[in-house]
Design a protein around this ligand. Structure first.
Ligand code: HEC
Length: 153
């Protein structure tokens, strides 16, 4: 192979490498994505609690918000790669316990996923009472993770 060809190949490999680096999310990006994802969970959860206080709650409102929570819940455990704690240098409420007790953390995330699936199924069934109960089932999964793994505001 000629020297010139090698240079061209190295340049191509270099640009590919650079492309891969720019595509992978930085710790800062991952943190802001996960915070935005939790905001969706928080907003939807609150919308369902508010709906439950109305005299005639709308199943359509439950469905939309239950699906939003289920979709966001599925992303939670993938949003905490190593290096995305306070060492990333941006504001985060994620505690070191997430990585020190990662099995427990993943378990807490799985509980949220399970509760959100139950909620989606209840909302799909059209039964308002069952849906209301399933919304209440979601709450303890938030607390079960926030207490050990999230800094207090
Ligand atoms: C598996 C653990 C886990 C579960 C389950 C969980 N959270 Fe969180 N939550 C966290 C962590 C950790 C943070 C801090 C994220 C950060 O700052 O990087 C957080 C942050 C938040 C925030 C603040 C987002 C922001 O930065 O503004 C809200 C709101 C929130 N969670 C709502 C909820 C609600 C509501 C539920 C239950 C329906 C829930 N979370 C379930 C771990 C969890």
């Amino acid at each position: 192979m000629s020297y010139k060809k090698l240079i061209v190949l190295a340049a191509v490999a270099g640009s590919l490498g650079l492309g891969a680096v720019t595509m992978a999310a930085s710790p800062q990006q991952t943190i802001s994505e996960r915070q935005a994802n939790f905001k969706v969970i928080g907003k939807s959860f609150k919308a369902m609690l508010d709906e439950g206080r109305k005299p005639a709650p709308s199943i359509a409102v439950y469905r939309v918000n239950a699906d939003a929570v289920a979709k966001a819940a599925a992303k939670v455990s993938g949003h905490f790669p190593k290096g995305t704690g306070s060492e990333a240098g941006v504001k985060t409420a994620a505690l070191p316990a997430i990585w020190q007790k990662n099995v427990e953390f993943k378990g807490a995330a799985a509980k949220l996923v399970a509760a959100s699936r139950k909620l989606s199924a209840a909302a799909k069934s059209g039964n308002v009472d069952a849906t209301k109960a399933a919304v209440m089932g979601l709450g303890p999964t938030c607390k079960g993770c926030h207490d050990p793994f999230k800094a207090k505001d």
